[in-house]
Design a protein around this ligand. Structure first.
Ligand code: ADP
Ligand code: ZN
Length: 731
């Protein structure tokens, strides 16, 4: 243990990677040389916590805590210090999203184990010596592990489906060699020149613009705005190649784990080795190894979910935010942040090139590009001969489905056409499960979650009813829980499973499958479905939101939207924008390779301006009109919003507290507070919820306003206050 002497005591500010309100001071052990950025271990209460030295050590002063109360830094980890850029990033995010620095550092130091060096990872190689005896299992090992290759134990046992003991026995015979793997071998060295495509003029021009300041290494933010299939991915790969050549690393952020696999394969084709990955599906040891390799500057390119932004990056040259419009970049729990926006902040701090890529840019990014804050780079046409799909509308008032069905005859016949041409078809409905509501035909009882203000959704394939708010499930009862009548439950409205049922009746000899976010997290299930689709074994894909996200289905000839009106009904700020993006993304899935695709929308309100703009292909007119409306009402991006969600188990206490808060709203010229009002979902997990909405001018200091407001009172212990700067979720 390091020791402290009391005379000439130096103290140092340490940011703990923990949900604590501030930075704490510790004594500098005598003789220790501490510099900002070092990772350290310190005592905290009865625990030991990891943290980072946040400021230069300084002499103890009278107004510091008494010397004998100060604890001292216990250990300095042997790992490169966290750079000033990273520390500034933590500070910046912390003050912007109004979470303590420690909470943000905890995001960045998500794998404290990685601070200690790990046991060397071993890899296997074949030697020149053949084993004395060949078995089937051994044969499989040699089929998986080719000469010159090095594989990790887990990868090799999986690839060869053998146990580790097979490998050890081969090692004993000298037929396999076990050796320590270097980070280079683990993470590979992407080769910028490995396999380049021949760019069209349009694409080449985009590359030139995007690589403009790779060499000068200045910050620039670009909006790469190109229709689906225009080559955005190929183009940003080229920018990454340029940055690698220039000695810098690159980070690609995706809104959805399932997309990482697909991009990984393309990356490997382009750069000759896989990128590092970062998402919630990694094992603990993968996380640890990857975190440490980033800290040591050994990761050259990473494909990551939003949390990849919070890694100890050293030398970022490029950050790509793919599908930048996607709400999946918003983290809604704990530290509430938008990874797209924070990527721009990080890019500025790192003097990096930031590329926001989308076929349907968010209104924020569109306006930023229009007004010259971002550089606009366009790819207006599909690569090669593929044209954009023909998009048309089905007026459900004129051409309705049969009773109890959801697909209009026009939709069915277009699907039939595509299937006859040997193409795959896709149906989109953003509703998981069989039906969004179940009721009793006898007594009218509606099945709701006992802990939330939400209906239970039947999932017939699993014979359960689930609450989509808290995740609780129950079996489907065989008699009504209210009146006791048997066989009286009726499903109301369609979910994807119900559409699957109908598809089974209409196309009995075709193979159909559901893709939904229910599968995310179940390791491999979504991926194996996607593989079946890629290999052409599925004719009809029925999917929720998840299929609107960048998946590449080369054989898709038709995309149908079962309920185009679904998103338009909710009065949320982004309802129109989100509907437009989703529907355009879904229809963009059709006809990506040589042949042209078709897409159809079923609607009961085909005259709705959003749908009309979509059919007319007037994206920019739509965006301009939407921008105009937001500008008039001073809504984002022309004004600022923040949400304040109060929640607690006792409704009376919650109401009291909200009234107290309402009485304390600070006076301000450019900030208005609306509410409190019950949140649209007024109860989740037995906690009641009230909302304030804070609306401010573009230049208003909304964080300062909230801080001074909340400082006026103490929040009762049962009540939580969640601050959401730039909210996307208004529920
Ligand atoms: P986006 O990211 O805009 O959807 P992609 O980069 O995925 O577009 O390109 C769509 C398809 O066209 C991919 O299969 C891609 O490999 C191919 N492609 C795009 N540009 C080229 C090119 N210049 N040469 C060869 N293939 C290309
Ligand atoms: Zn619930």
């Amino acid at each position: 243990m390091l020791r402290t002497e009391n005379d000439d005591m130096l103290i140092v500010a340490v940011c703990l990677a923990a949900t604590v309100p501030k930075v704490f001071h510790y004594a500098v052990p005598h003789g220790a040389e501490l510099v900002p950025g070092q990772f350290v271990l310190v005592p905290f209460g009865r625990k030991k916590l990891s943290g980072v030295i946040w400021e230069k050590p300084r002499p103890w002063q009278e107004n510091d805590p008494p010397k004998d109360k100060l604890k001292s830094v216990e250990q300095i980890y042997d790992i490169p210090a966290l750079s000033e850029e990273n520390r500034k990033f933590v500070d910046w995010v912390s003050s912007y999203v109004m979470s303590p620095q420690g909470s943000v550092l905890k995001l960045l130091l998500s794998v404290p184990d990685a601070l200690s060096p790990e046991k060397p990872v071993t890899g296997w190689q074949v030697s020149d010596k053949r084993p004395s005896r060949m078995t089937d299992a051994r044969q499989r090992v040699f089929a998986a592990l080719l000469p010159g290759m090095t594989m990790r134990t887990g990868d090799l046992t999986e690839a060869a489906s053998v146990s580790a003991s097979t490998l050890t026995s081969l090692e004993k015979e000298g037929a396999l060699i076990k050796s320590a793997l270097s980070a280079e071998m683990l993470f590979g060295k992407p080769d910028p020149t490995y396999s380049r495509v021949q760019f069209s003029n349009e694409q080449a021009e985009a590359v030139t613009k995007l690589t403009d300041n790779i060499e000068t290494r200045g910050f620039q933010c670009h909006l790469l705005d190109g229709v689906t299939g225009s080559g955005k991915t190929e183009v940003f790969f080229e920018v990454i190649a340029a940055s690698l050549t220039n000695g810098k690393s690159a980070l690609i952020l995706l809104p959805e784990i399932a997309l990482t696999e697909q991009l990984l394969a393309r990356f490997e084709d382009r750069f000759g080795c896989p990128p590092a990955l970062w998402h919630s599906g990694l094992t603990a040891s993968e996380r640890r190894r990857t975190w440490r390799a980033v800290a040591e500057g050994k990761v050259k390119v990473m494909i990551a979910a939003r949390s990849g932004l919070f890694l100890p990056w050293q030398d970022l040259g490029v950050i790509v935010v793919d599908e930048e419009h996607d709400p999946g970049f918003k983290q809604e729990e704990g530290v509430i942040y938008n990874a797209r926006d924070m990527a721009v902040v990080r890019g500025r701090l790192a003097d990096a090139t930031v590329i926001l890529s989308s076929a349907t840019p968010s209104l924020e990014s569109y306006v930023n590009a229009r007004d010259g804050r971002y550089h606009l780079v366009k790819l207006p046409s599909r690569h090669g001969s593929a044209g954009m799909p023909d998009l048309s509308m089905i007026d459900m008032r004129i051409d309705p489905p049969a009773r109890g069905q959801w697909l209009s005859p026009a939709m069915v016949s277009s699907m039939q056409d595509a299937l006859d041409r040997g193409k795959q078809t896709l149906l989109f409905l953003n509703r998981r499960g069989y039906a969004p509501l179940t009721l009793c035909r006898n007594c009218g009882h509606r099945y709701a979650c006992s802990d939330c203000d939400a209906w239970l959704v039947e999932h017939r394939s699993k014979n359960i009813m689930a609450c989509h708010q808290c995740g609780s499930v129950r079996n489907v009862p065989d008699k009504c829980e209210e009146c006791g009548e048997v066989d009286c439950l009726t499903a109301c409205g369609p979910g994807v499973e119900r559409v699957l049922e109908e598809v089974g009746q209409v196309f009995p000899d075709k193979k159909a499958a559901v893709l939904s976010s229910d599968m995310v997290g179940q390791t491999g299930e979504l991926q194996s479905q996607l593989n079946l689709i890629q290999s052409g074994e599925i004719d009809i894909i029925i999917g929720t939101q998840i299929i609107a996200k960048g998946h590449h289905f080369p054989e898709l000839g038709f995309a149908g939207v079962v309920d185009a009106d679904l998103g338009l009904g909710n009065g949320d700020l982004r309802a129109a924008e989100r509907t437009y993006q989703t529907l355009l993304q879904v229809s963009g899935r059709a006809g990506r390779e040589a042949s042209k695709g078709t897409a159809m929308l079923q609607s009961y309100m085909p005259d709705h301006p959003v749908l009309k703009a979509l059919i007319a292909g007037e994206r920019d007119i739509f965006l301009e009109r939407e921008a105009e409306m937001r500008a008039q009402s001073e809504m984002p991006p022309f004004g600022r919003l923040a949400g304040l969600v109060l929640s607690g188990p006792d409704i009376a206490a919650l109401n009291n507290f909200s009234r107290d808060l309402a009485a304390l709203i600070p006076a301000s010229d450019d900030v208005r507070v609306l509410g409190p009002a019950p949140a649209p979902i007024a109860r989740i997990r037995n906690r009641y919820r009230l909302r304030f909405l804070i609306k401010a001018g573009k230049q208003a200091k909304i964080q300062q306003f909230i801080a001074s407001w909340l400082a006026k009172t103490k929040t009762p212990s049962q009540i939580r206050v969640a601050i959401d700067i730039d909210p996307y979720n208004f529920l």
